[in-house]
Design a protein around this ligand. Structure first.
Ligand SMILES: CC(=O)CC(=O)SCCNC(=O)CCNC(=O)[C@H](O)C(C)(C)COP(=O)(O)OP(=O)(O)OC[C@H]1O[C@@H](n2cnc3c(N)ncnc32)[C@H](O)[C@@H]1OP(=O)(O)O
Ligand SMILES: NC(=O)C1=CN([C@@H]2O[C@H](COP(=O)(O)OP(=O)(O)OC[C@H]3O[C@@H](n4cnc5c(N)ncnc54)[C@H](OP(=O)(O)O)[C@@H]3O)[C@@H](O)[C@H]2O)C=CC1
Length: 291
């Protein structure tokens, strides 16, 4: 099936990046969130990011204008139901995601493909609560979406071949690269990345190194583009904790125990860049370590 219209639910850092790349590739995008402020912020960010791409000669002004014209804010979730493809990119919480899919159910067109950008939650379980597990898939973009090449494709137990093929074609049209992952907790990228980030937080918790020395070590000693604590702040500490909890619960192995310091930061509401404070404080000119 050829996808033309896309509904994106959740206009946070992933939702804005997903809307950006789909619009730039010629898809019509309806962008939804429970908060109209979040949608307004996302549209502003997309404009800035497209402008930067124009400034660096990556895209033309015409491409930028056409992409912006293809993005429509849509506060009515029901109106997304007629889209060819829906990408749920709301908060990493299974209840939130189930409620979104339940609210959408009465409004869906027969052919609509449902996907979730979840970082960790079982696709089979999310799909089983909908009326179309065969047309449901994990569609996992990486942050920042306009820059990162990979999209993980995760089939639930019931996902049909036509759905998989349609999404693989979409990834091609976006100019990105797909990797298939089986439906186990946190799939591939986060199964490997998140325990490393959690271990970096344990390294801080146990006093082995400071925020600065841990990040410098991995940047200069292992050539990572960002240190693990900087990356955790970039992803969002609430999302990191949610992923560790899914790994811990789903694989029942203590090696996935979330670091108590990560829990404390989330309890404080210090969620990283999105709240201006996490392992770094971003409120000044330059980020300052908080430990
Ligand atoms: C949690 C999950 O479920 C899965 C995940 O996503 S895990 C997270 C995966 N992501 C990562 O690991 C990111 C690691 N970090 C990086 O790769 C790099 O630090 C980075 C690409 C984010 C920034 O790179 P940098 O060299 O420090 O910065 P900079 O030169 O300013 O940016 C490089 C490019 O990215 C663009 N960019 C940077 N941040 C951006 C953002 N938030 N949105 C859009 N574009 C962005 C810049 O415009 C620039 O584009 P051009 O090459 O077209 O000029
Ligand atoms: N951060 C990352 O690096 C990556 C995240 N992901 C996944 O993408 C998803 C989104 O993450 P991210 O963008 O970082 O999160 P954010 O916290 O930046 O954004 C989530 C957005 O979803 C909104 N939201 C919450 N509930 C609903 C709802 N019922 N209907 C519509 N919108 C809702 C939130 O609104 P409010 O703030 O008002 O609650 C917020 O605007 C998660 O599943 C996450 O695991 C995947 C890859 C990378």
């Amino acid at each position: 099936m050829a996808i033309q219209t896309v509904g994106v639910i959740g206009a946070g850092q992933m939702g804005n990046g997903i809307a950006h790349v789909f619009a730039l590739s010629g898809y019509n995008v309806a962008l939804n969130d429970i908060s109209s402020d979040a949608v307004d912020r996302a549209i502003g960010l997309i404009e800035n990011n497209l402008d930067r791409q124009v400034g660096r000669g990556k895209i033309s002004q015409e491409d930028r204008d056409a992409a912006m014209a293809r993005i429509a804010p849509q506060m009515d979730l029901a109106a997304l139901g007629q889209s060819d493809l829906i990408i749920e990119a709301a908060t990493e919480n299974e209840d939130v995601k189930n409620k979104i899919f339940a609210s959408l159910a009465p409004h869906l067109a027969e052919h609509t493909i449902l996907t979730s950008n979840t970082s960790s939650i079982s696709i089979t379980r999310l799909a089983s609560r909908t009326d179309r597990p065969e047309r449901f898939m994990g569609f996992h973009f990486m942050n920042p979406v306009p820059v990162m090449q990979l999209v993980e494709l995760i089939r639930g137990i019931a996902t049909d071949e036509a759905t998989y093929k349609t999404l693989a074609d979409v990834v091609d049209r976006l100019g990105k690269q797909a990797a298939s992952a089986e439906d186990f907790p946190a799939f591939i990228v986060n199964r490997i990345l998140m325990p490393m980030i959690n271990e970096a937080i344990y390294t801080l918790y146990e006093g082995v190194g400071s925020v600065q020395s841990i990040d410098t070590s991995l940047k200069l000693g292992a050539n990572h583009p960002m240190g693990p604590l900087e990356l955790a702040d970039f992803i969002g500490l609430d999302t990191c904790l949610a992923i560790m909890n899914v790994l811990h619960d789903g694989l029942a192995d203590t090696k996935y125990r979330p670091c108590p310091l990560l829990v404390k930061y989330v309890e404080a509401g210090w969620l990283g860049r999105k709240t201006d404070r996490g392992f770094y404080d971003y409120r000044g000119e330059v980020p300052v370590p908080t430990r």
